[in-house]
Design a protein. Structure first.
Length: 299
């Protein structure tokens, strides 16, 4: 059974976009996924995103996606909101993934903007509506034009918010002005999808984070959020500034690559990457170590 949620925080406040652990031969590591999920929830996450970009969703099969959801729900589903990525650039396939995630026990869905195809706003409206109509699960939109090529327009967000199951948005647009208007007009629960902007987005109405650096600094992210909610702007800013080297270091290259490297350095389950992603070089690993140490991360 899913943890308690409210309309303001339907998926909790601090969520990590979890990597998908693989074994040394590249197979899905369900035991490792369960252990990593427990570690992340113990560290302060009240939600996990599975089968997203950081979960290497482009290179995992539909069957692997469902297996991962089942395993993580079994491990921590009574303590954390388990949100399954279901978005692709094929609406029919996305609907199938949404239904499979629901059957596997997911508590919610993450639906990314269709990538590569560059649909018009009407296409986005119909795509997200079809996913939301496919199950009884609450849906978090994922607006990331840097990857998808197309932003979700503010008017489209406002129209989508009328759907009873579209309840949240993960914002990786990098535009605080547009975010401000969309939050005010849609009343969706807004989650930062860009770690460097976690604190600024809180200031314009976001309720929490979907984080990559949460693999390493979830307690600090929660402390920053709680300081902000308590009105302690100085404390929240202090934590934000302390984490700047972590934000920078984890995105010197693709976030999955650095997340798996950092987890491996900590002895956590991660495993190899699937092509076209590749491991850090020795030089890049040393740079990551320096960045994380500067942000106070123990390896």
């Amino acid at each position: 059974m899913a943890p308690t949620s409210t309309s303001q925080t339907p998926f909790g406040r601090v969520l990590t976009a979890m990597v998908t652990p693989f074994t040394t031969d590249g197979a899905l590591d369900l035991d490792g996924a369960q252990r990593l999920a427990v570690h992340l929830v113990d560290a302060g996450n009240d939600g996990l995103i599975l089968n997203g970009t950081t979960g290497e969703s482009p290179t995992t099969s539909d069957a692997e996606k469902a297996q991962l959801v089942r395993a993580v729900v079994e491990a921590v589903g009574d303590r954390a909101h388990i949100v399954a990525g279901a978005g692709t650039n094929d609406t029919r396939h996305s609907v199938e993934l949404a239904r499979a995630a629901e059957q596997a026990g997911a508590h919610g869905l993450l639906a990314v903007t269709p990538y590569y195809s560059k649909p018009p706003q009407e296409g986005l409206l119909r795509h997200f509506t079809a996913i939301a109509d496919a199950t009884d699960l609450p849906v978090m939109l994922y607006d990331i034009p840097g990857r998808s090529g197309v932003p979700i327009g503010t008017e489209t967000i406002v129209r989508l918010a009328e759907h009873p199951r579209i309840v949240a948005n993960k914002d990786a647009k990098g535009d605080l002005g547009r975010a401000s208007w969309a939050i005010a007009r849609s009343r969706l629960a807004w989650y930062s999808g860009d770690d460097m902007l976690n604190l600024p987005l809180l200031s314009v109405g976001a309720v929490g984070f979907v984080s990559v650096v949460g693999h390493l600094v979830s307690p600090e992210l929660r402390a920053m959020l709680e300081a902000h909610l308590a009105g302690d702007v100085a404390k929240a800013t202090e934590i934000h500034q302390k984490l700047l080297p972590v934000f920078t270091g984890m995105f010197r290259t693709q976030g999955v690559i650095t997340s798996k490297a950092a987890l491996a350095l900590q002895g956590q389950p991660a495993g190899p990457l699937r092509l076209p992603l590749v491991e850090l070089t020795a030089e890049e690993t040393e740079q990551l170590k320096r960045d994380l140490a500067a942000g106070g991360v123990q390896l």
